[in-house]
Write a protein that binds this ligand. Structure first.
Ligand code: HH2
Length: 295
């Protein structure tokens, strides 16, 4: 499904590079981490063939967008070099093209995104929220013409962001930042139908901050669509008291995804467990629940 040329913002669709995704149901973004150290799937897809197999499986399970990342940004993670990020990423991005799925790149480095754009990506997922002017400038390239953008909020840097994060008013500060960044991109010609806003759950936030943001998420609508990344995160462990590994947080992750999509109007949920999330969404829809910002 290739993007049609249109200057008219249409929020019934998410315009994402080569794809124009209808929003008659919430979209499922599947996480594909090509890293040794991601918090829940580190080391699983480090070879290009393992990554392709995992992506193929997610396609069969009904994923809408693949989000590929080659650097962990979990709390405490050390940054990887640009060359290492590219070494991990490029062979995988090349192979993923055959799947015919929208590809999102989870990277905060303009030089990495620049090279990935030449291979074909449909969405730039920047956990630093397009603060870097070089990242913003990429959006003017012909290869980025219809590219989707995900503006995420992060306070501080992954290595230290969970060391006592403080906000006077977390919702006002995080939403204020996201709206300001979206307004900047819109002034450069990026339409709302290409923009995803994401509060960045767990990125420099306590459980209290995460809950306040999730319960207010619908208020953020306006400059673009909403993305919620709650899957397997520490807040699920904290809410449930379950002390096991992140892979055992499926039940809580599903509840959070349903709430974000069906009660707070999240357009896209970013998840590790695609099959379970797609099933949960289908059952919710069959029971007459509609994506909505009303609880
Ligand atoms: N969360 C993670 C990474 N990228 N991008 C967006 N837009 N929103 C998120 O919530 C988000 C994100 C962390 O999850 P994961 O990729 O599984 O872990 P790691 O950073 O350890 O690779």
């Amino acid at each position: 499904m290739f993007a049609e040329k249109s200057q008219v913002p249409d929020l019934a669709f998410f315009l994402c590079g080569r794809y124009r995704l209808a929003l008659d149901r919430p979209l499922v973004m599947g996480v594909l981490n090509i890293t040794p150290d991601s918090f829940s799937d580190g080391g699983q897809h480090i070879s290009p063939s393992a990554a392709l197999d995992a992506a193929q499986l997610m396609k069969e399970q009904g994923v809408d967008i693949l989000d590929v990342g080659a650097e962990s940004t979990r709390p405490g993670a050390s940054p990887v070099s640009e060359s290492e990020e590219l070494r991990r990423l490029l062979p995988v991005l090349e192979r993923l093209q055959i799947l015919g799925l929208p590809i999102s790149l989870d990277s905060r480095r303009a030089q990495v995104v620049r090279q990935a754009l030449d291979l074909g990506i449909d969405l730039i997922n920047d956990v630093t929220g397009f603060r870097d002017p070089a990242m913003q400038a990429l959006l003017q390239l012909p290869q980025a013409k219809h590219c989707g953008v995900c503006i995420m909020h992060m306070k501080g840097e992954p290595q230290t962001m969970q060391a006592n994060p403080h906000y006077d008013d977390v919702v006002a500060e995080v939403f204020g930042f996201l709206n300001q960044q979206a307004a900047q991109l819109k002034a450069q010609g990026i339409g709302s139908e290409r923009i995803l806003l994401d509060p960045g759950f767990g990125f420099g936030k306590t459980l209290h901050h995460n809950l306040a943001l999730l319960q207010a998420l619908a208020e953020l609508k306006g400059h673009g669509h909403l993305l919620a990344g709650l899957s397997r995160k520490r807040m699920i462990g904290e809410l449930t008291g379950h002390k096991g590994p992140p892979t055992e947080r499926l039940g809580g992750s599903l509840a959070a995804a349903l709430y974000a999509a069906f009660h707070q109007g999240a357009t896209v949920v970013r998840v590790h467990d695609v099959q379970a999330t797609v099933q949960a969404f289908k059952v919710w829809a069959a029971l007459g629940m509609r994506p909505s910002a009303e609880s």
